[in-house]
Design a protein around this ligand. Structure first.
Ligand code: AN0
Ligand code: CP
Length: 317
């Protein structure tokens, strides 16, 4: 595997999950593979899990790791070509990227949607420039439209906890005070659509995701109806995708907050969220603290998904 930015890059999902479960039994199995290889992680945005789990994955593989927070200590970067750089940004991304590539073997990039231009976000301007100009294999640590390391960890978690071969998985929108990207729900939908699960998306009107991600999923506007018989509830906020409201918060309706009221309708569903989560906006204290909540094992699987991805990238060097 050269680059890892979306579900297609991982190939056969069953093989990927089997590999993940095998690595989970002995996460140091491939500790020789990354000897004298350097991972560089570039963060344009904050992170707790991705930063720690990806670094741990690299250590599992015997790699060296460097981390750069663009907004803390690096030069501010211009990203547009053709700009007269007489403002507050002393360096251009087009020099910074190949320079970063000189010092490492593999690059991970976190670069959220900026909501300045839908085209720029949905064309993955920043991530693609790293792929084009770094001279190194690149993986997404959540880019503008997808978060594949998260979705892979989510898939591993569902495979570990499912009680039927074809579980009903419900992804529900939930309220949040600030506009969030569509990357996590887009990506989760893309990975769920690559399985044979019964996958349902529920959200208020106006929160439709891009059809390329929704794909064959059923969309149900009545949250209570969607929750009936669910085996997994995957909560996430996202901002509007539609052109005229792109990146806007259209609703903060706390009737959509996942509580015992909705969970009672499910087939004793497990509750999932990628974290970080705002309690009593997205989910009540009671639900996230209940035995049905698997948010911590889900986060733990980020180390496993990242180990599989880095292992495959190292094998392709
Ligand atoms: C980010 C998002 O919704 O994309 C990261 C989630 C992993 N969340 C926030 O910015 C709160
Ligand atoms: N779930 C996730 O990617 O968390 P961080 O934003 O903390 O990395």
């Amino acid at each position: 595997m050269k680059n890892f930015t979306c579900v297609q890059d991982i190939g056969n999902l069953k093989a990927a999950v089997d590999e993940a479960l095998d690595i989970k039994k002995n996460r140091f199995k491939y500790v020789e593979l990354g000897r004298n290889k350097t991972l560089m992680m570039i963060f344009f945005n904050s992170s707790l899990r991705t930063r720690l789990s990806t670094q741990k994955a690299a250590l599992n593989l015997g790699m060296n790791v460097m981390v750069l927070d663009i907004n803390q200590g690096a030069w501010k970067l211009e990203t547009e070509r053709g700009v007269i750089m007489d403002g507050d940004k002393p360096e251009h991304l087009l020099e910074a990227i190949p320079v970063m590539g000189c010092y490492c073997d593999i690059i991970g990039v976190r670069s959220f949607a900026r909501f300045e231009s839908k085209d720029e976000d949905y064309n993955e301007m920043i991530l693609n420039q790293f792929i084009q100009y770094s001279g190194r294999p690149v993986f997404s640590m959540e880019a503008a439209t997808r978060h594949p390391l998260q979705s892979f960890a989510d898939l591993i978690t569902i495979e570990e906890y499912k009680r039927t071969p074809r579980p009903k998985v419900v992804m529900t929108w939930a309220p949040h005070p600030r506009p969030l990207p569509q990357a996590v729900p887009n990506s989760f939908a893309e990975w769920m659509n690559a399985t044979d699960y019964d996958f349902v998306i529920t959200h208020p009107e106006g929160y439709e995701l891009a059809p390329q991600f929704t794909g064959k999923a059923r969309v149900e506007y009545d949250q209570l109806k969607a929750f009936e018989g669910a085996d997994f509830v995957y909560a996430k906020n996202w901002s509007a995708y539609a052109d005229e409201h792109y990146g806007e918060v259209l609703s903060k309706d706390r009737a959509w907050t996942v509580s015992d009221r909705q969970m009672a309708l499910t087939n004793q569903a497990y509750f999932m969220h990628c974290l970080p989560v705002r309690r009593n906006m997205i989910v009540t204290d009671d639900v996230i603290e209940s035995p049905q909540s698997i948010v911590i094992p889900e986060a733990a699987n980020r180390e496993i998904s990242a180990t599989v991805v880095l292992k495959r990238m190292l094998e392709a060097l």
